[in-house]
Design a binder for this molecule. Structure first.
Ligand SMILES: O=C[C@H](O)COP(=O)(O)O
Length: 250
C-alpha cells in the first residue's frame, strides 16, 4: 500500500528557538506515524538544525528549492549535491511562489528536477492554476502543460520517481481551500493523464494536495480517492495541527 506523504513547507518562517519548540513537540508524536511519511522542508539555514533533531526518528528532511546547475558562479544558490550532503531526501520544485516571484519557467523546473534526481533526491513537482485561469476555464490546460513540459524534457522513465503536488494558487495561504470535490476532480484528471502514458505509473505515483490545508479540512480531503497526501504551509508551523493531520486515519 502507498504510504501517505505529508510534507511540511515552512516557507521563509522560523528561528532557532521557534524551530526547537516545534521539533520537540513533533518528536513526541513521531513514533505513532507508521502509516505516513512526514517530511519537513525548513529554510536552508535550518537544515542542519532540523537534521540534528530528526536523528533516530522516521521524519524525513526536504528542501524548498534547488538550483538547476551543478556548481559554479551562482551566488546565493544551493545545489542538489549540497542538499544531499545535508541528508535531504526530498526537494520542492516549481512551487507557485517560485514560479511567480522568481520567474521559474517549466523549462527551468525540468532542469531542476534532473539535478535533483541525479543527486538521488525525490523531486516534488508543484503544479496548479491561478484563479484567473480557473475562471477562464483554463485550469486543465495549464496543469497539463506544466506536467507535459517536464515529462517531455526528462522522459517518462525518470518521471516515475517524481511526486506531484497539486496546489491551486487561489487556495495557497488564503484560507480558501479547494473543496474535497474540486480537489478530487483535478487529482483524477491528473491521474487519468498519467494513465494514458503509463497505466502502472498512474497507480504508483503520489499526487499530493496543497492549499490552506488545516486540521479541520484535512479529514475530508484525504478521503478522496486520488489524494495521496498533503503539501502544506501555514498549518505545518503549529504542532497541534501537524499532529492532528498526521494522525488522520486514511
Ligand atoms: O507549500 C505549501 C503550499 O503553498 C500551501 O501553503 P498553505 O498551507 O499555507 O496554504
Amino acid at each position: 500500500m502507498k504510504q501517505t506523504l505529508i510534507i511540511a513547507n515552512w516557507k521563509m518562517n522560523g528561528s532557532i528557538l521557534a524551530n526547537s519548540k516545534l521539533l520537540i513537540a513533533m518528536l513526541k508524536f513521531h513514533n505513532k506515524l507508521q502509516h505516513v511519511e512526514l517530511v519537513i522542508c525548513p529554510p536552508f539555514p535550518y537544515l542542519h538544525q532540523v537534521k540534528e533533531y530528526m536523528v533516530g526518528s522516521n521524519i524525513k528532511l526536504g528542501a524548498q528549492n534547488v538550483n538547476e546547475n551543478n556548481s559554479g558562479a551562482f551566488t546565493g544558490e544551493v545545489s542538489a549535491d549540497m542538499l544531499k550532503e545535508f541528508s535531504c531526501r526530498y526537494v520542492l520544485i516549481g512551487h507557485s511562489e517560485r514560479r511567480a516571484l522568481f520567474q521559474e519557467s517549466n523549462d527551468i523546473i525540468a532542469k531542476k528536477i534532473t539535478q535533483a534526481m541525479d543527486a538521488g533526491l525525490t523531486p516534488v513537482l508543484c503544479i496548479g492554476e491561478s484563479l484567473e485561469q480557473r475562471e477562464k476555464g483554463d485550469a486543465q490546460a495549464v496543469i497539463l502543460e506544466q506536467l507535459s513540459c517536464v515529462i517531455n524534457d526528462i522522459g517518462l522513465k525518470k518521471f516515475k520517481s517524481v511526486v506531484i503536488a497539486y496546489e491551486p494558487i487561489w487556495a495557497i495561504g488564503t484560507g480558501q481551500t479547494a473543496s474535497p470535490e474540486q480537489a478530487q476532480k483535478v487529482h483524477r484528471m491528473i491521474r487519468q493523464y498519467i494513465y494514458g502514458l503509463d497505466p502502472i505509473l498512474s497507480k504508483s505515483i503520489s499526487i499530493l494536495y496543497g492549499g490552506s490545508v488545516n486540521e479541520i479540512n484535512a479529514a475530508e480531503l484525504i478521503k478522496q480517492k486520488d489524494i495521496d497526501g498533503f503539501l502544506f504551509g501555514g498549518a505545518s508551523l503549529k504542532s497541534d495541527s501537524l499532529e492532528t493531520i498526521c494522525k488522520l486515519k486514511i
